[in-house]
Ligand binder design. Sequence first.
Ligand code: GRF
Length: 221
Amino acid sequence: MSKLLRIGVLASGGGTNLQAIIDRCQDGHLAAEIAVVITNNPGAGALDRAAKANIPTLCINHRDFSHREDFDNAVVSALQKAEVDLVVLAGFMRIITQTFIDAFPDRVINIHPALLPAFPGLHVQQQALDYGARFSGCTVHFVDGGVDTGPIIIQAVVPILPDDSADSLSARILEQEHCIYPQAIQLIAEDRVRVAGRQVVITPACPAEATALVNPATSLQ
Ligand code: GRF
């Protein structure tokens, strides 16, 4: 068996994406092992999920640091000590600094609950609703110096329905997040992913969905 990709997961909240990754590692669909789960939030549900799966956890509380850089250095040291190949941000509610990115070049990925480049930042499900968009979705991307601006690895499109609330839309998007995040990590584990400027090249290429999505549905196609 070839070597498993060692990943470090950073999470601040409930950790459903972490759970999806744990589940895929356990059922053999993901050739990775989670070396460590790090949180900045002592109350993060992600900690319980990791502990249940016997994954080492670490809480590095950002409130204990007066400078962002010092917090990032502590997190980077912990990730290096755990010898991770890939850093996976899964609902990590801190913006990471360039020092962090430089320590893991093209080795930090994030999931965002919108179809980037539309709606970067926070509360993006509500933003998509308020804007009147017909589709939203989720995006797995490499992390660069900006907020949700790095090269895109994979996206899933989710329709916005007339009666949607931010909660119902978030739930529909989250379901897709749990599919595409493990998928992106598996592609990296297979060493098929390269960053070329703004583009992410996957070799051999994955088949793409060839059918257009229309919302509201049309009978004119
Ligand atoms: C997800 O919606 C993710 O896209 C965003 O934060 C949320 C984390 O959810 N970055 P969970 O903690 O994985 O349940």
